[in-house]
Design a protein around this ligand. Structure first.
Ligand code: AMP
Length: 475
């Protein structure tokens, strides 16, 4: 078996790897590092979770250890599709260069131009960027790319999905023809193939198998969920999540809840806390020290539930996570495998429960296709939402939901300002608060004209009758 010491990495890099605790190189590392260190182009077909970040960062920093950066002329460039990924690469870079004097700048949204410009002016060894932001800097004349010796394109297939390929082509054109290119993609779509044929020169091609499809020791379930009404779906989904957590009882010792969106990470976490569950959010927008503190608390058991985005949970290595909840079906099927792989580690048993809404069905089909098995359906512990409510929504009462929204959930310790989104009342509660009368029961404003009808008087309602209604209602 290949060892890190077989790979010709700089001694200071090896020392940092030892500190991080990696014992052996992963297949993509064992395959990509040697040709990269020989100065060859590399085409790595690998997805996240395979250790691909280190497979380009480690040889890059070994090569950069020789030589120095010149003002405004970065020596290497890493392009990532999202700022979360770029931040993750930057984090890895910091870890692996802890015994070296290499500098980096991070060009992503949310990081000030001014500070990064100052770094670039001084000269950086590595520029880690999203394509758009890099081009912004370039166009402002702050950046010269003619000294780039190594260019990395990470997650090219996501770049394609996000429409960044023209930017990538342009950036390729701005860097010297003689640069070395390390190019990574999980899949080889025809467009990706075209780019690699155009811009890579006789690359060493390393393809690593998809991560083992979902572990046999992980029990997997899915709950099909449809909100009773559009404006209630979000809070009903959170209620369902709580019910799923409750149903696990003491078996749930610690768990991660994955959400597709960062906003949901925050909302779900706040909502859980409001209901007395100990949860903390973790996503790419939180600063590193906050994330580290949260992870530490999760590791030592102070926090039982982590609500996370995919990127933030990467690199989270806790051996004994009992449960993974997928609040959403991930939009990339591979992420499902990574997510549930957080539990059931080191031969332990784990449980993964996912909520699937009608809009997730396509993604759900992709997940089942990827893992090549059917995920057992779990009954909704709350039962299925009654359909009558839905029919009612479709009737002409656009303001009904407004009056409910003003109220908060029947939480034990209601802290309205703690919730970024005011939640609807649970159904039983809202029924109680509704007057028994019908459509013209509340408020004059926003009512459909039909609401003014009084049975027996047809369309020509004398105005004094309408007036008396308004007054009575207001009282
Ligand atoms: P990546 O595919 O780069 O997103 O890496 C996935 C995870 O694997 C990260 O948490 C890394 O810290 C971890 N990792 C990378 N290389 C190794 C290794 N050789 N041994 C163990 N873990 C690793």
């Amino acid at each position: 078996m290949t060892k890190f010491t077989d790979l010709n990495l700089a001694p200071k890099v090896l020392k940092a790897i030892e500190d991080v605790g990696y014992e052996t190189p992963t297949p993509i590392q064992a395959g990509a590092i040697p040709p990269a260190l020989e100065g060859r182009d590399v085409l790595g077909i690998a997805q996240t979770g395979t250790g691909k970040t280190a497979s380009f960062v480690l040889p890059m920093i070994t090569m950069l250890a020789r030589g120095r950066a010149r003002a405004r002329m970065p020596r290497s460039l890493v392009l990532c599709p999202t700022r979360e990924l770029a931040a993750q690469v930057a984090e890895n870079f910091d870890q692996y260069t802890k015994y070296m004097k290499l500098t980096k700048a991070l060009l992503i949204g949310g990081v000030s131009f001014k500070e990064q410009d100052a770094l670039i002016d001084k000269g950086v060894d590595v520029l880690i960027a999203t394509p758009g932001r890099l081009l912004d800097h370039f166009e402002r004349g702050k950046l010269i790319l003619s000294d780039v010796k190594v260019m990395v394109v990470d997650e090219a297939d996501r770049m394609l999905d996000m429409g960044f390929i023209p930017d990538i082509e342009r950036i390729f054109g701005l860097t010297p023809f003689t640069r070395q290119t390390l190019f990574f993609s999980a899949t080889m779509a025809p467009e990706i193939e075209r780019i690699t044929n155009t811009f890579l020169s006789a690359p060493a091609k390393i393809e690593v198998a998809r991560q083992a499809t979902s572990g046999e020791n992980i029990e997997q379930y899915v709950v099909m969920f449809k909100g009773s009404r559009r404006d209630r779906a979000a809070s009903e989904k959170r209620k369902l999540l709580r019910a799923l957590i409750d149903a696990e009882g003491d078996k749930l010792q610690n768990g991660i809840i994955f959400c597709n969106r960062k906003t949901d990470v925050d909302i779900v976490s706040k909502s859980l806390n409001k209901y007395g569950y100990q949860a903390s959010p973790i996503h790419g927008d939180l600063d590193q020290s906050q994330r580290n503190a949260t992870l530490e608390k999760f590791r030592n058991g102070e926090i039982k539930i982590l609500v996370a985005s995919d990127v933030a949970a990467r690199g989270l290595d806790v051996a004994s996570i009992t449960h993974v909840f997928n609040f959403d079906v991930p939009s990339h099927a591979e992420d499902y495998v990574h997510r549930i792989g957080r539990t059931g580690r080191a031969g332990r048993d784990g449980k993964a429960i996912m909520i699937c809404e009608p809009r997730d069905e396509k993604n759900f089909a992709d997940v089942e296709a990827l893992i090549a098995k059917e995920i057992p359906r779990l009954e909704n512990p709350l039962g299925n939402a009654p359909v009558e409510e839905e029919t009612e929504v479709k009737s002409d009462k656009p303001k009904r939901s407004r009056s409910r929204k003003r109220k908060t959930e029947d939480a034990p310790q209601v802290e309205p300002q703690a919730e970024t989104q005011v939640e609807a009342l649970p159904r039983e509660e809202s029924r109680k608060s509704e007057p028994k009368s019908d459509s013209h029961s509340r408020r004059g404003r926003g009512r459909k004209e039909d609401d003014n009808k009084v049975v027996g008087l047809g369309d020509h309602l004398p105005s004094f009758i309408a007036l008396s209604f308004e007054e009575r209602q207001a009282g």
